[in-house]
Design a protein around this ligand. Structure first.
Ligand code: UPG
Ligand code: MN
Length: 748
């Protein structure tokens, strides 16, 4: 036999060493269960507080069990694009890239344009790429910006290729240290760099002025006609091919297409999921690439080789089932020092990402993700061909009639979908000929009676459409892979303040709970479909976020309750069980500190995150639970509130990390908690001389700790202007606190 050396695989699976964490995991679990037993055995000697603590601690133990499951076998994938078999450019698979934007005010066009530019300039054959921008704001400003951007891109893309530019979002490139950029380059670089910088400044000026003074009357006038008198929520489809790479030039610029789907007041538009489905269909008609990359408007491609890295995982695995989709982490570029709002989620994503990678694969996070088109179309992996029928009605060989029923009434689209499902890549088409067909599939009535949003495409019914869509894919037996090369693949904006963070957390927790109680719940899928059991537990850990608010709120209120009613929820200081509580508290904190230090973050960042998790859980997640209850009762619908994105981060502003407040009801729980603890501490102080006081040491300490966690609210009580909690909120909280005290006293 010939001794052929097979080339090394383009990726490696590397298990992470986590012995210390496993020991701590088990230690916490052991202590928690022992304490539960202790509580159960001593239940009859104690009152209501003891029982409530038992219930809360049972829940915490359950959540800890889920955490241990998730983190038990962490794994990372390392990718080597240079090892991919060298193919002719013609054989490299195509990728359709989607950008969604929804509001030119909350999402300034210059941010979206930088994202588009970074995608147009990625290091991949240009004729294999197409960039589709969905504009749910139906804004002439976005369209105008895109046209201007495409002109700039014709200079920018070749510049990036010629000088192997590392960061291909111009705002980032030009704001990095110029001297570093300028050294080590050929003499012609300097003038070209300067010219490019001037061009970019020109572009941003144009966009800024158009935002302020309106779009200048220019040659675009006929194109802009369609935008005149348009209502954002009630308008026909607008599709414009801004640039077509007609020559199929691999060094040119990818296709660039603007899509604003039809919206009518009576038709639900399903927020981002709806927008993604339209992009899927329009791109299916025009380019039908076997892979689709989607990013939020603020998430620019920071690593120009990211498509290559993703291809290592998508093409490099022996079986397709190993990589139904490839997800990159959400990393933020505008983070404040020490993460005062705890919203960078670096540590959480790192350890959860690795954990998921060791089971069935990471969640789909809505941005920075490469999907196989056929997976989005609802197909099962080949391995499950026998069971496919029971898991989905989509198979590779459907008749026309079935196709029409599932995918809707466009013969052109059916044809393209059939090709995608069978894995045929088709010859490039002239995309401008397909605009009429594209208008049809972008209409708001198109999905009526089809499987879009239920079985095919991005899934409807949750404000976290991303997690639901990923879950549906995992339920069909696909695995997913985490792709996190250096430098980080995509960077975006984190919410810039406390309120925005809480609003985002509320939307996430709402959407996740919607999934938990839906028919697509992982608990159902693990029995009826192909979701792995441990993956199900991992999903449940995330989906119960909103529900965690209730036990956590109860636990936070327990110290105050006990002080007010002169009861106990903790053992007396001299009882041995006290060591158990102190032990859990210490080990848990050491555990989380270790995670922060191992990631290279500061102790302050750790503390900020601890604080924010409790604040988030008792306010944002609590409101999420309420909004899901209201939805179930049919009183109100859950909505997608878009996060504000700021271009210039205020890192230098020393007050940027301070909590700001407004009249939003989301601040009421936090304020009430602080008022209550203060009240309780004062009561404890006044009765310090009693014989009881010693026996309440634990409760007083905990109450004090709660105040530390809610420090931003305590400061807010005395702050001024936007840094102060409005009087109306304080009044509401005061009423709530006094009612609580009254209630406690009556009950006891
Ligand atoms: O009706 C809508 C609403 C939103 N979007 C887009 O959705 C994206 C995400 O919105 P954002 O306000 O930035 O929400 P985030 O909480 O930052 O987004 C995270 O969480 C969302 C689910 O809640 C996912 O959809 C996102 O991909 C994920 O990054 C943005 O590009 C928006 O333009 C639309 O296209 N149409
Ligand atoms: Mn965002």
């Amino acid at each position: 036999m010939a001794n052929t050396v097979s080339p090394p695989p383009p990726y490696e699976r590397i298990p992470c060493n986590n012995h210390i964490f496993r020991v701590l995991d088990i230690a916490v679990l052991f202590l928690l269960t022992s304490l539960l037993v202790y509580r159960l055995l001593t239940l009859k000697d104690h009152g209501f507080a003891w029982l409530l603590a038992l219930l809360c601690e049972s829940w915490f133990t359950f959540v800890w069990l889920l955490t241990v499951n998730l983190k038990w076998n962490p794994l990372v994938h390392k990718t080597y694009p240079e090892r991919l078999p060298q193919r002719e450019e013609e054989l490299v698979p195509a990728v359709d890239m989607f950008v969604t934007t929804a509001d030119p005010v909350l999402e300034p066009p210059i941010i979206t344009m930088n994202t588009v530019l970074s995608l147009l300039a990625v290091d991949y054959p240009a004729h294999k790429l197409a960039c589709y921008v969905s504009d749910d704001g139906c804004s002439p400003l976005t369209f105008y910006s895109l046209v201007e951007t495409s002109k700039f891109a014709k200079l920018w893309v070749p510049f990036c290729n010629k000088y192997n530019v590392q960061v291909r979002a111009p705002f980032m490139y030009f704001s990095s240290d110029e001297s570093m950029l300028l050294s080590d380059k050929s003499p012609e670089f300097h003038p070209e760099f300067q010219a490019m910088k001037d061009e970019y400044e020109g572009l941003s000026r144009k966009i800024q002025e158009a935002a302020k003074k309106g779009i200048p009357s220019c040659d675009l006038i006929s194109d802009l006609d369609v935008f005149s008198n348009i209502e954002r929520r009630n308008h026909p489809t607008i599709i414009k091919i801004i640039w077509e790479n007609k020559e199929c030039d691999s060094h040119g610029m990818p296709h660039l297409i603007y899509v604003s789907r039809e919206k009518r007041l009576k038709h639900p538009h399903h927020y981002k999921a709806g927008a993604m489905n339209i992009l899927t269909r329009v791109s299916g008609l025009m380019t039908n690439a076997p892979f689709m990359l989607n990013v939020d408007c603020d998430m620019f491609a920071n690593n120009p080789k990211i498509v290559g890295h993703a291809m290592c995982l998508l093409l490099g695995s022996r079986k397709e089932v190993e990589a139904g989709f490839v997800q990159s982490p959400q990393i933020f570029y505008d983070g404040l020092k020490d993460d005062p709002f705890g919203n960078q989620l670096v540590v959480m994503q790192k350890y959860m990402g690795r954990g998921f990678d060791g089971i069935q694969g990471p969640l789909y996070g809505g941005t920075g993700c490469f999907h196989r088109r056929k997976v989005i179309y609802g197909l099962c992996p080949d391995e499950l061909a026998g069971q496919a029928k029971t898991l989905t009605s989509v198979t590779a060989n459907l008749g026309d009639k079935e196709m029409l029923k599932i995918f809707g009434n466009s013969t052109e689209f059916i044809k393209s979908a059939a090709q995608a499902l069978q894995g045929n890549t088709n010859a490039p088409k002239t995309i401008s000929n397909l605009v009429a067909a594209a208008y049809q599939v972008a209409g708001c009535g198109y999905e009526y009676g089809t499987s879009w949003g239920t079985e095919v495409g991005w899934q409807y019914g949750s404000t976290t459409e991303d997690v639901l869509t990923g879950l549906t894919i995992h339920s069909r037996g696909w695995k997913s892979v985490y792709c996190n090369p250096e430098p980080p693949p995509f960077l975006g904006c984190a919410p810039s303040a406390g309120l925005a963070t809480l609003t985002q957390q509320k939307r996430w927790a709402t959407g996740l709970l919607e999934i938990l109680i839906s028919r697509k719940s992982p608990i159902v899928a693990t029995f009826t479909a192909k979701l792995q059991f441990r993956q199900c537990l991992a999903y449940v850990m995330i989906l119960v976020w909103a529900l965690r608010s209730i036990p956590e709120l109860c636990y936070v209120l327990l110290p105050a309750f006990c002080i007010i009613t002169n009861s106990n929820f903790l053992p007396k200081v001299d009882e041995p069980a006290t060591y158990g509580y102190v032990g859990v508290f210490l080990i848990y904190n050491i555990y989380t500190i270790l995670e922060y230090l191992e990631t290279g973050l500061s102790l302050r960042a750790w503390w900020n995150r601890q604080r924010m998790s409790i604040i988030t859980s008792t306010s944002a997640w609590l409101f999420a639970t309420l909004s899901v209850i209201l939805k179930i009762l049919g009183i109100s619908e859950t909505v997608f509130e878009i996060t504000q994105k700021d271009e210039s981060s205020s890192i230098d502003d020393s007050d940027a990390g301070r909590f700001t407040f407004d009249g939003s009801p989301i601040f009421v729980p936090g304020t009430t908690i602080v008022l209550l603890q203060i009240l309780a501490l004062v009561m404890a102080l006044l009765s310090a001389g009693d014989r009881h006081c010693e026996s309440r040491f634990g409760e007083v300490l905990c109450s004090f700790l709660v105040v530390m966690y809610f420090w931003p609210f305590l400061k807010g009580l005395f702050g001024r202007g936007k840094y102060g909690i409005p009087l109306s909120t304080i009044c509401k909280s005061a009423v709530l606190s006094f009612s609580f005290v009254e209630l406690c006293k009556r009950a006891y």
